[in-house]
Design a protein around this ligand. Structure first.
Ligand SMILES: NC(=O)c1ccc[n+]([C@@H]2O[C@H](COP(=O)([O-])OP(=O)(O)OC[C@H]3O[C@@H](n4cnc5c(N)ncnc54)[C@H](O)[C@@H]3O)[C@@H](O)[C@H]2O)c1
Length: 252
């Protein structure tokens, strides 16, 4: 088992990639804090883990709320004694709005969930990692964080910011046993479209142009395997970078 006795936090673990990451990490021996805004969904993930002999607890977290992020990490330490792996996975889509149509409210909502949350949980977990001189941070970004029009302007900018933050954090703590990397998934079959309300027709029509070159959609389990690589010693020399997992979509 690749994560024996490791303590992992996975945000957005009630659904999609977060759920598969939590399941796979538990299968590999990690004790998992299954965090999500949707507590029923988080409980269902935990039930699946424990029915397979794994160890996990569910916790309701709105990653956009500073006090919830603090509570998540404090509760994990109180429950399992420490944190070894932080997976910042929770995220939402925008409505494909181009710059001219973004409201302040939408911009701030997308950045709060997708970006500011990543900074806050990283800031909170770092003292634990620095004390141990050991720790792993995995940020689920997106091909939208590398390319210009995989979504609307707010989502695209929010994920570019996550990638910049990942590189900065990876470099800053590189000599202190901490690794911070991002995954840039392409299109993956999950429930993320449920976070979209009232799609911007012009933005969506521009965004759709690139779908023609998407080789295929991925499965959440395929992203979980990349996360396991980044969480384990198999990636000991990988730091401050982004792994695309998109069947070659961004290679064009
Ligand atoms: N599905 C894709 O095609 C795709 C592609 C690239 C990147 N991503 C990224 O992958 C990550 C996971 O998304 P997914 O596709 O598995 O979606 P999903 O909707 O299936 O799962 C996301 C989970 O995050 C939770 N969540 C949403 N807002 C939250 C908040 N404020 N606090 C805590 N939890 C919250 C949801 O309840 C849900 O359980 C996101 O960061 C997303 O941007 C998705």
């Amino acid at each position: 088992m690749k994560l024996q006795n490791q303590v992992a936090i996975v945000t957005g673990a009630a659904s999609g990639m977060g759920k598969q990451i939590a399941l796979l990490f538990a299968k590999e021996g990690a004790k998992v804090a299954v965090s999500d805004l949707n507590l029923d969904g988080a409980n269902a993930t935990v039930q699946e883990i424990t029915s397979q002999g794994g160890t996990a607890f569910a916790i309701k977290t709105n990653v956009a709320a500073e006090e919830d992020v603090q509570h998540l990490i404090d509760t994990t330490v109180n429950t399992y004694g420490t944190v070894d792996i932080l997976v910042n996975n929770a995220g939402i889509m925008d409505n494909m709005e181009p710059a001219g149509d973004i409201t302040d409210e939408q911009w701030e909502r997308v950045f709060a969930v997708n970006t500011t949350s990543v900074m806050r949980s990283t800031r909170k977990v770092l003292p634990i990692f620095l004390e141990k001189q050991r720790g792993i941070i995995i940020n689920v970004a997106s091909v939208g964080g590398l390319q210009g029009a995989r979504a609307g302007a707010a989502y695209t900018a929010s994920k570019h910011a996550v990638i910049g933050f990942t590189k900065n954090t990876g470099f800053m703590y590189a000599t202190q046993g901490i690794r911070c990397n991002a995954i840039a998934p392409g299109g993956v079959e999950t429930n993320i479209s449920s976070s979209m309300t009232g799609i911007n027709q012009f933005g969506a029509s521009r965004q759709q142009l690139g779908m023609a070159i998407n080789p295929r959609m991925g499965k959440a389990e395929e992203i979980a395997k990349v996360a396991l690589f980044l969480a384990s010693e198999d990636s000991s020399f990988v730091n401050g970078t982004v792994i695309s997992a998109d069947a070659g979509w961004t290679a064009y």
